[in-house]
Ligand binder design. Sequence first.
Ligand code: CO
Length: 139
Amino acid sequence: MLGRLNHVAIVVPDLKAAAELYRSQLEAQVSAPLPLPDHGVTTVFVELPNSKIELLHPLGENSPVANFLANNPSGGMHHICYEVRDIDAAIEHLKSKGARVLGDGKPKTGAHNLPVVFLHPKDFCGTLIELEEVPAVPS
Ligand code: CO
């Protein structure tokens, strides 16, 4: 069911400082900050040869990462995102195995304009998991 690791998301208290840390100390390729008001976050993407790191900072009121930052003031790993080919089939399979899909259980359009769902961390070793439907790359 699982495809590639799409990204690991890290919530940070200072997006500019975090981007600079990845750029200058870790010598990574870092994007400009991208505000996503619909998702309540500003993101910076760190491009790795085999995956991405998403640096997240709360944006606006009711940000889904505001509580996390309040509980982890120096920041921390927030979720990991796996690619799936068919998100509806993945949801059906997971529900049949007793896993809890967060929210109303239906895919939402995520930060990359692709359907995503989040799985309850208590069902997956204390880790918040995002599934993102990524179409097959034409060969
Ligand atoms: Co994500």
